[in-house]
Write a protein that binds this ligand. Structure first.
Ligand code: DX5
Ligand code: ZN
Length: 216
């Protein structure tokens, strides 16, 4: 069964507390929190104070996805704000190995996110150092986009790489995940499903989370 990580980008910010409580009462194990800087991606979302507020209302894993330049500058601040997992983009990090070590040394799980055009082979020399890879299945920056079908091939390639090395690395899929494609994404080898609009825009978000988790 996949871990479900509802993406709060699609939540109702006027009702943030209720949205967090909904997730607390659901089968989701992680809360996915998207930070955008308007430079690495063409959009700005939310930052440290919002994460701190959400953290104070949940005991579940806070999975922070940084779509920002120079993420190393802020790793410590996100730890203090309550992040459990911190994911940085390979495309934003010329010194990725250093960034990953920093995140782990501070006491968080480290993830690498890769954009749709970035090949799996670029993870070859870093995969042993990370806890998770976030495979973007849309171009980062916005919720509600359509799943890029080619991601399924990348999931299989990454699954082969991880298994060949005997590693325990989560494969998180981010963007356009719905109950219609969740089963094939998991069959390809994914272990974590991020879902924004398909959860928060559903008539019954608790049921939407349950359907994703149980692949119904
Ligand atoms: C996109 C974000 C995603 C986004 C997913 O840049 O990283 O986490 O919130 O939203 P949906 O599930 O609506 O595609
Ligand atoms: Zn994300």
């Amino acid at each position: 069964m996949p871990i479900i990580a509802p993406s709060f980008l699609a939540s109702n910010f006027l009702k943030l507390k209720e949205e967090v409580e909904m997730v607390n009462n659901s089968e989701a194990e992680w809360l996915h929190l998207d930070v955008m800087d308007g430079r690495f991606v063409p959009n700005i979302s939310f930052g440290l104070p919002i994460i701190e507020a959400i953290r104070s209302a949940t005991n579940k894993i806070c999975d922070v996805h940084l779509m920002i330049e120079e993420p190393g500058k802020y790793a410590e601040a996100f730890k203090l704000a309550g992040a459990d997992n911190l994911t940085v983009h390979i495309e934003a990090c010329p010194h990725l190995h250093r960034n990953i070590q920093q995140i782990k040394n501070i006491g968080m799980k480290a993830g690498i996110a890769v954009n749709p055009h970035t090949p799996i082979s670029s993870l070859q020399d870093i995969i042993e150092d990370v806890n998770m890879v976030n495979l973007m299945s849309v171009n980062p920056g916005f919720g509600g986009q359509k799943f890029i079908q080619h991601t399924l091939i990348k999931i299989q390639q990454l699954r082969e790489m991880i298994d060949a090395k005997g590693l325990n690395v989560e494969i998180e899929i981010d963007g356009g995940v719905t109950e219609a494609n969740a089963a094939e994404i998991v069959a390809a080898g994914a272990t974590v499903l991020v879902a924004g609009s398909s959860v928060f825009n559903a008539p019954n978000p608790i049921k939407a989370i349950s359907d994703l988790r149980n692949l119904r």
